[in-house]
Design a binder for this molecule. Structure first.
Ligand SMILES: Nc1ncnc2c1ncn2[C@@H]1O[C@H](COP(=O)(O)OP(=O)(O)O)[C@@H](O)[C@H]1O
Ligand SMILES: [Mg+2]
Length: 1108
């Protein structure tokens, strides 16, 4: 439920000055101070918000606060700028009324902050969405850009706006922002070239130098050091709490968001850099022959760099600083500039350049933020304009600013009165005339077209002849002398003719907010705002597109001899437009007050505040507001607030609220002339009455509070008691249940115990009985068993006895029978039975022997020697014979498995055995070696191809042998071939046939009995071969060779068998001689080789070592 509150709740002092009682300047200040000390910086005068600058951040701008003030009535909560913003926004959205928010106050009073707060509040409460948020962001981000270029540190404010700003925010019918338009007023451009002590130039210069990257600075031909630039004041270049570098980044970012292109930003920075460069150009006099001084540029480096930056031809600009062309009708006159004129021209160019850049920025921002749709829209204008300024030394700028404030005051009065009157009419209350000071007369003094101060200034500026500030002041003195609000030494009006506070070159105007003394010096110049045409033409010639755009009047094609409008008339015109604009809108006022001059928190300088209260006309404001009725409130909230003061309206009034309020007022009683009843509101004439109501309400609330407390306490105690009672029942129920449960458990467990004892006892009894029965059964069984046992054993004994007796009877009977039979048959047995028994026994033995032999047959291998042992000696002969038969049989079996080849081999071996067995010691070692025949593989080996072709028959044996030389008895290796018909000896290496002996010519072969391979081939005497003599050879395969030789003889039919002589001494026919070969057995000596020695011509000794 929404809680209805009122501004009047928890009020410190009074939240609305209209309710101040008594109303005086002291009480007014006292109230402000009281509230300020309690952090209440906002106070109302009706719907006007007074804002005191706290100079510190207060926690009253949080999103929670925004929510708190959102959609609440103005007087519902304590005064706040959000309440005003909310009222304005809702009135715009719901009642379709264009709004303007006018923020005034002197420099540093918090106007700009206030305008930002209003904008941020509206941004927070209005619609949301991507497009809307973008618009909001652009509107909000236009602030940092404008502040960087238009704000500066002054003695009063570290971030003082040096231009007036009016921003129209446009909304659609739903209250969503569409865009905006910004207007700027009178930038304080003199600051570009000169700043008062303790102040700075515009922020952007410092931000650029501290925040830009080295690269950017290099491109702009700038140096980071502030001291290098004449236009930058150095004593306060660094401001506490201001981070220029960070601000620079913020500004660039803001420019991007607002929609500046990268090259546009670059151009802007180039112009800023150009201004700094311009300030560094210095001049020196150069004497001319006609005794005048002409200015020349001292150091052209800065000029050169600036021209490069802006794309201006250096000579053109240089000339523009030395000459001035005056065009009059058709004439063109060129005059030289002296040094001071050159400086004037330089500064004028810098000021113009900067202020035009600023205006361009505003236009550019407007282009970005303007509403995209043409649809009708509602507007909320926010005016943040410089406040009334009263300095020690006031010049043209202050005059203009104060004129603007004068106009604003006028519109304020007009609109406030109009609003008041409209409300009275709307509510049907009689309008009584209100006395107030109307400042229209002052406005007239300044802006009157015939004899207003601005008109006269323009007249002076346009007048031919010498025009100075003095001539202007003279003119003022003559024309305005009569005016009530004008004072000067010469005016008749002045009462201070001898007062030195009014010097000669000054005039004073009594503004609505106080008297201000203006020094006339500089008025004419500043109003003229002259920039030599040569300079603007030089600028127009630049290749830099932005610079060209800023100086359109420099276009020679559009030479305009007419003077441009003066600064004063321009301002007057723009103020006029502004005023007309504001008049169409519903005004909302924020009046800012600066509590002290030190920018310090918690300090309230009364004199300073008093001064502001006066010139802002706040007392006037209260009076106007109170002229009719001090307080008004719609009937519903009024009745809601005070209904407890009357029994008839408390607690509920059933009927129209207005009647309820009337009843209430009559009942209280309130004098009838103190209140008026409008259509929807009650009007209370005097604050006293309201406070009376409030006081009564407070008392009544206390009583009501007591009543509520009483009822509440009673209710609370009763509910507490009922709760306790209810709890007690629950607790006791639970407890009883618990106790019964326990008791039951106990009984249950005892029953179980008793039961178990009884059951145990019964069971034991039963067990005993059963055990007894079992034992009885066992005893019976045992007794029966023993009894049966005894009986059985007795029976067994009896049977055994019986059997023994039977057996004994049988034995005795047998013996007796045997005896009888033997006695009877003895004589027959001796004749036949002995032989039969013997035969049978022999038969049995033989049978056993043969069966045993059959089961123990030895293996079938013919070389196996095993044979079972003989069992009986008498079988000795049979046993041996059987062994022999078995051996023969298995040999036969073995032989029957032979192939033809194998058979031949064995026949050969058999032959060898016949020849050498037991005759030659070499024989046993040859038995196990098979006869291979062709050891050299004559037919296959390609080495013996030649030999092969020489021998055509089948080769029976081929081997290498040693032929013993008869001369030295040494051996020569020869190939030995045996064929069917021949023995061939051939050279081992060449294979050439050395000798071929037909077997027919062979008489015999001689070998020794020893273990050697010597053999002699003896030839038949008289045969063809015998001419060469016998051969003495030695071979490793002697046995084989001789056997094969012998066999070849046996198989051939045409010749007889070759003789084999085995003896240790034989003769060999060597050609002519017969030599005896003698074999001698010797002990082995250096190896086992057989050696041959020739003893003499007739004897050859062969030494054969004994084999181990
Ligand atoms: N509501 C506020 N809360 C906190 N500080 C404020 C407030 N209003 C103003 N200030 C302080 O005062 C300074 C000057 O305010 P500013 O709005 O720039 O003054 P003006 O625009 O009137 O010259 C600000 O920089 C800020 O420090
Ligand atoms: Mg400001």
């Amino acid at each position: 439920m929404e809680v209805k509150t009122s501004l009047l709740d928890n009020m410190i002092g009074v939240g609305d000055m209209v309710l101040l009682e008594p109303l005086s300047e002291e009480s007014f200040l006292e109230n402000l101070k009281n509230r300020f000390d309690h952090n209440e910086i906002y106070t109302y005068i009706g719907s006007v918000v007074i804002s005191m600058n706290p100079y510190r951040s207060l926690p009253i701008y949080t999103p929670d606060k925004v929510e708190e003030y959102r959609n609440r009535n103005f007087y519902e909560l304590s005064p706040h700028i959000y309440a005003l913003a909310d009222e304005a926004y809702r009135s715009l959205r719901d009642q379709d009324k264009d709004q303007c928010i006018l923020i005034t106050g002197e420099s540093g009073a918090g106007k700009t902050e206030a305008s930002k707060l209003v904008m941020s509040y509206v941004a927070a409460v209005c619609g949301k969405g991507q497009e809307v948020n973008k618009v909001k962001e652009q509107l909000l981000q236009s602030n940092p850009v404008l502040e960087a270029f238009g704000n500066a540190k002054t003695v009063r404010n570290d971030n003082s706006s040096r231009f007036g700003k009016y921003m129209d925010i446009e909304f659609d019918f739903k209250g969503d922002p569409l865009g905006g338009v910004i207007s700027n007023y009178l930038l304080e451009k003199s600051r570009v070239v000169k700043q008062p002590r303790g102040e700075r130039n515009f922020h952007i210069f410092y931000q650029l130098l501290s925040g830009a990257s080295d690269d950017t600075l290099k491109k702009l031909k700038l140096d980071r050091d502030f001291s290098k630039y004449n236009y930058l004041s150095l004593d306060s270049a660094v401001v506490n709490g201001l981070d220029d570098a960070a601000s620079f980044r913020t500004v660039r970012n803001a420019m991007q968001i607002v929609g500046f292109m990268e090259d546009e930003m670059q151009s802007v920075l180039q112009l800023v850099a150009a201004v700094l460069k311009l300030g560094n150009i210095e001049f020196k006099p150069e004497s001319r022959n006609n005794s005048t001084d002409e200015s020349r540029i001292k150091d052209k480096n800065d000029l050169k760099e600036m021209c490069e930056l802006l794309g201006i031809e250096q000579s053109v600009l240089e000339r523009a600083f030395s000459y001035r062309t005056v065009e009059a009708k058709l004439e063109k006159v060129s005059t030289t500039l002296n040094v001071s004129q050159a400086y004037y021209a330089r500064d004028a160019l810098a000021k113009n350049l900067y202020s035009r850049l600023f205006s361009w920025l505003v236009t550019r921002i407007n282009e970005s933020i303007k509403a995209q749709t043409k649809a009708r829209h509602k507007v909320m204008g926010v005016l943040d304009i410089y406040g009334f300024e009263i300095f020690e030394d006031n010049s043209f700028e202050q005059f203009i600013i104060n004129y603007c404030n004068e106009k604003l005051q006028q519109i304020f009065i007009e609109l406030t009165l109009r609003e008041e009157q409209e409300e009275y009419i709307r509510e049907g209350i009689e309008w009584t005339n209100i006395e107030y000071f109307n400042n229209a007369i002052i406005c007239d003094l300044i802006e009157n077209n015939q004899n207003g101060i601005l008109a006269m200034l323009d007249e002076e500026c346009l007048r031919p002849g010498t025009v100075t500030d003095e001539t202007f002041l003279d003119k003022l003195n003559t024309i305005c002398a009569e005016h009530q609000h004008f004072e000067s030494r010469l005016s008749k009006n002045s009462k201070f003719l001898n007062d030195h506070s009014l010097p000669h070159n000054c005039f004073r105007i009594q503004h609505y907010a106080g008297k201000v003394l203006y020094r006339s010096e500089g008025f004419v110049d500043k109003n003229n705002d002259l920039l030599y045409r040569d300079l603007s033409q030089a600028m127009y010639k630049a290749t830099h597109s932005l610079i060209k755009e800023l100086f359109p009047e420099g276009n020679p094609a559009k030479v305009n001899l007419k003077r441009p409008p003066t600064a004063g008339s321009q301002f007057k015109a723009s103020v006029g437009t502004l005023m007309r604009n504001l008049q169409t809108k519903n005004p909302n006022y924020i009046r800012c007050i600066k509590p002290n001059d030190k920018k310090a928190a918690h300090v309230f300088t009364e004199s300073l505040v008093c001064h502001q209260v006066r010139y802002l006309g706040l007392m006037e404001n209260v009076r106007v507001r109170r002229a009719g009725y001090a307080f008004r409130q719609p009937y519903e909230p009024c009745l809601e607030r005070y209904k407890m003061l009357c029994k008839r309206t408390w607690p509920h009034w059933r009927g129209p609220a207005r009647e309820g309020v009337e009843t209430l007022m009559v009942d209280l009683p309130i004098p009838t002339d103190e209140v008026s009843y409008g259509r929807s509101k009650i009007f209370i004439r005097n604050p006293r009455t309201l406070f009376f109501l409030e006081e009564r309400r407070r008392q009544c609330l206390q009583d009501l509070a007591t009543l509520i407390q009483k009822i509440y306490r009673g209710w609370k105690c009763r509910t507490h008691f009922l709760l306790l009672k209810k709890s007690q029942i629950v607790v006791s129920a639970w407890y009883r249940r618990f106790a019964q449960q326990k008791k039951y458990q106990k009984i249950k467990s005892s029953t179980t115990v008793v039961q178990s004892y009884i059951r145990g006892w019964q069971a034991r009894k039963l067990l005993r009985e059963l055990k007894y029965q079992k034992r009885c059964k066992e005893a019976v069984t045992t007794i029966a068993a023993y009894w049966h046992g005894t009986q059985a054993r007795r029976e067994l004994r009896r049977l055994k006895e019986e059997a023994r007796r039977k057996h004994a009877v049988a034995v005795i009977w047998a013996y007796w029978q045997g005896l009888k039979v033997r006695r009877e048959y003895r004589k027959f047995f001796r004749a036949n039975a002995g032989k039969k028994i013997y035969d049978f026994t022999i038969q049995r033995i033989m049978q056993k022997y043969f069966l045993g032999l059959k089961n123990n047959m030895p293996p079938m291998s013919p070389i196996d020697k095993n044979w079972p042992a003989r069992p009986y000696r008498f079988l000795d002969g049979v046993h041996k014979e059987l062994q022999r038969i078995f051996h023969l049989w298995r040999c036969k079996k073995y032989r029957s498995k032979f192939t033809e080849e194998k058979k031949a081999v064995y026949e050969e071996k058999l032959e060898a055995s016949k020849l050498f067995k037991d005759k030659k010691a070499l024989y046993p070692s040859s038995v196990s070696k098979p006869f291979k025949g062709d050891y050299l593989e004559i037919r296959k080996n390609p080495k013996y191809q030649k030999l092969n072709s020489a021998v055509e028959e089948k080769v029976l044996l081929a081997d290498v042998v040693n032929k013993i030389n008869r001369a030295n008895s040494k051996g020569t290796a020869r190939i030995f071939l045996l064929t069917k018909k021949n023995v061939v000896l051939a050279d081992q290496k060449t294979g050439q046939v050395k000798a071929s002996v037909p077997l027919l010519d062979l008489a015999s072969v001689s070998v020794s009995t020893k273990n050697d391979g010597f053999f002699a081939l003896k030839l038949k005497a008289g045969s063809a071969s015998a001419t060469k003599g016998d051969f003495l050879l030695s071979s490793d395969h002697l046995i084989e060779i001789i056997t094969k030789l012998h066999r070849s003889g046996a198989t051939a039919a045409d010749r007889e068998q070759i003789n084999i002589d085995i003896s240790d001494e034989f003769l060999v026919q060597f050609k002519h001689d017969k030599v005896c070969v003698k074999f001698i057995q010797v002990a082995p000596k250096n190896g086992n080789s057989v050696s041959c020695k020739r003893k003499n011509n007739r004897l050859l000794e062969v030494l054969v070592p004994t084999t181990a």
